[in-house]
Design a protein around this ligand. Structure first.
Ligand code: SF4
Length: 195
């Protein structure tokens, strides 16, 4: 990890800037390849993540890993996974606007340092806080959004797919489009058994 990102990590792991620091067990910095061209941005840690200190390790995370594998992507090489807030909101509630506003400069700095070409915005909260409350996940998923010179793709959150399997088909279409874009922008030879 480069020096600046390491310093940022040290800072984040000790952060007590918002109320979520009082109820968390672990701060989740994020994980993956710090040189990845894809950054996946979720809402915030849940119970399993708060215990293990890693992002997306519960049922949603397992589904995300399956989708990534079908695309020919994996966590260690192709993506870096982060969240809007780095500490678990109690009872997995949605992070408040003030918690997101306090925490998001860390995420913005991570994006700047990792410098990915593609952002995948997982679910309504990530979409709202990253690009604006005028966007709607049901209406805007699958559409590329230009975000500060990067391409951002909103997709349904894996937890929503677990609740409603009918969302799997459109989500798979969105991820196929992400693979096509990855080949166009990053690696024309990228291999996937399914796309
Ligand atoms: S959620 Fe973010 S701002 Fe709040 S304590 Fe955790 S790291 Fe700090």
């Amino acid at each position: 990890m480069n020096h600046e990102l390491n310093e940022l990590k040290e800072q984040i792991l000790q952060c007590t800037k918002c109320e979520l620091s009082k109820t968390r067990n672990r701060v989740i910095f994020g994980e993956g390849n710090v040189n990845a061209e894809i950054m996946i941005i979720g809402e915030g840690p849940g119970r399993d993540e708060d215990i293990q200190g890693r992002p997306f390790v519960g049922k949603s995370g397992q589904l995300l890993d399956k989708i990534l594998a079908a695309c020919g992507f994996n966590r260690t090489h192709h993506v870096f996974i982060g969240n809007i807030v780095k500490c678990r909101p109690p009872q997995n509630r949605v992070p408040s606007p003030s918690e997101a506003a306090i925490c998001m400069p860390y995420l913005q700095k991570q994006i700047e340092l990792i410098d990915p070409k593609i952002l995948i915005l997982l679910g309504a909260t990530s979409l709202k806080y990253m690009v604006g409350s005028e966007y709607r996940i049901t209406r805007d998923r699958g559409k590329w959004i230009n975000h500060d010179g990067r391409l951002a793709m909103p997709v349904f959150h894996p937890a929503a797919l677990l609740r409603n399997p009918a969302l799997k088909r459109p989500t798979w279409q969105d991820f196929k489009n992400i693979v096509y874009k990855y080949r166009e922008l990053v690696d024309p030879a990228h291999k996937s058994d399914h796309v």
